[in-house]
Design a protein around this ligand. Structure first.
Ligand code: CTP
Length: 398
């Protein structure tokens, strides 16, 4: 289950053009089962009205001068006490300055001053205002006090200017909120390594032997580890999926690059989840220049890649994935024993709803001397949750 489900988030929206993006954040959080109390600053209402947020969250929306809740409780006290996290997005330069100086001149800033919950601030403003030493010093003050500041994106601003100051997209904000909610989770002080995606073995600078792994399942595993409090190192091969904001990510292409990156990453780790679809073979020779038509060899000589899991042994749990197209449980059981794994997650990649490109997956988790655990068809994040619950159980027993 995601940490977002059942969590209480106070979303304080201040008055920048990116306020419209906060409505998407409020919507996505609500869809994930979070109770979102939106608090608007006076200027925020010039950009987006309370009704938008009220319709999206189906909850009371609070305005700058609201003193009481619908239940006649003191608004800043009640909301501050109930929050699991306070998210300030977008945070204008003015809002950041007020927070840094402990001002409490509207409901949102009074909540920020009262709450014991962690605070996440997502600055968004013109690049000149963001770069100004006054803003940077105020942000430094907030960081020193333990506030989590999300770096704004660089790109085109509403004014047409280019620079750093854009509010990051919703998935990034969600990742940071998840990591913040999960910081004291069952994997706190644990280090998890996840490999994800496919590998590419180049024949020449423009051609490779690869596979269609998207990286989605591995990225969801990393996300599930982060939201359980783990320090998460992601070694990401080819694929189309963006890594989660909170992972220490290394990008690789070939199996050998992946092995080198993993050797670094597993130092001091508690568990390795080897989800990557590693190519078993690579061309025996790689041309430095593009092979010309007619110049290609009649066949491609292949040599075997190392087995990464077999090369990565140490004082940590090793969890493999088995992508099978037939006799999957029998094949998998022999892999579990052959590779001396602590667990093996088996999926049938021949199915259209469980294959490489699918949004969903269904797996069976095998462990030595444990009954098989079947995870019926669900989202890839649902599978990731089930796998991480098993990892938590195994790590707890170490
Ligand atoms: N694996 C690996 N190194 C390889 C190939 C696979 O570490 N060169 C890992 C995968 O990341 C996965 C597990 O081994 O966790 C099983 O991968 P899979 O491709 O299903 O099996 P193989 O060992 O390659 O066996 P086969 O291709 O014969 O099914």
């Amino acid at each position: 289950m995601s940490v977002l489900q059942g969590a209480r988030v106070v979303l304080y929206v201040t008055g920048g053009i990116a306020a419209y993006k906060a409505s998407d954040l409020a919507s996505k959080l609500t869809q994930a089962g979070t109770e979102v109390d939106v608090v608007l600053s006076r200027a925020a209402e010039d950009f987006v009205g309370p009704l938008t947020f009220q319709a999206l969250t189906q909850r009371t929306v609070y305005r700058a001068d609201d003193a009481m809740t619908a239940d006649n409780e003191i608004a800043h006290v009640r909301l501050a006490a109930d929050a699991d996290v306070l998210v300030i997005a977008p945070a204008t330069a003015n809002a950041i300055a007020r927070l840094a100086h402990g001002q409490a001149d509207d409901l949102g800033s009074a909540i920020a001053l009262s709450t014991q919950a962690p605070i996440v601030v997502a600055p968004a403003m013109e690049p000149g205002m963001y770069a100004n030493p006054a803003t940077q010093e105020n942000l430094e003050t907030l960081r020193r006090r333990g506030v989590r500041v999300i770096e704004p994106d660089t790109g085109r601003m509403a004014s047409g200017a280019q620079g750093q100051g854009r509010l990051p997209e919703t998935p990034v904000l969600l990742d940071v909120i998840r990591a913040t909610l999960g910081r004291d989770g069952p994997l706190k002080n644990r280090v998890l390594v996840v490999s994800a995606g496919g590998t590419r073995e180049y024949m020449d600078p423009v051609r490779f032997i690869g596979n269609p792994a998207s990286g989605r399942q591995g990225v969801e595993l990393a996300r599930a580890a982060i939201e359980r409090g783990a320090t998460t190192r992601l070694v990401l091969g080819s694929g189309t999926v963006e890594p989660p904001a909170g992972a220490e990510t290394t990008r690789v292409e070939s199996a050998e690059e992946m092995l080198d990156a993993l050797r670094e990453a597993v130092r001091g780790c508690d568990a390795l989840i080897m989800n990557a679809a590693v190519g078993d073979y690579r061309p025996a020779a790689t041309s430095d220049v593009k092979l010309k038509r007619g110049g290609e060899p009649a066949g491609i000589d292949l040599i075997e890649n190392p087995d990464l899991l077999q090369s990565l042994k140490g004082d940590f749990l090793r969890i493999g994935f088995a992508a099978e197209t037939n006799d999957h449980l029998e094949n998998a059981r022999s892999k579990l024993l052959g590779k001396e794994l602590d667990a093996l997650v088996v999926n049938d990649v021949a199915g259209s709803d469980t294959g490489f490109a699918a949004e969903t997956n269904a797996v069976t988790i095998l462990r030595p001397e444990h009954p098989d655990l079947e995870v019926p068809l669900t989202s890839k994040s649902g599978v990731a949750s089930a796998v991480l619950d098993v990892v938590v159980e195994m790590i707890g027993g170490r």
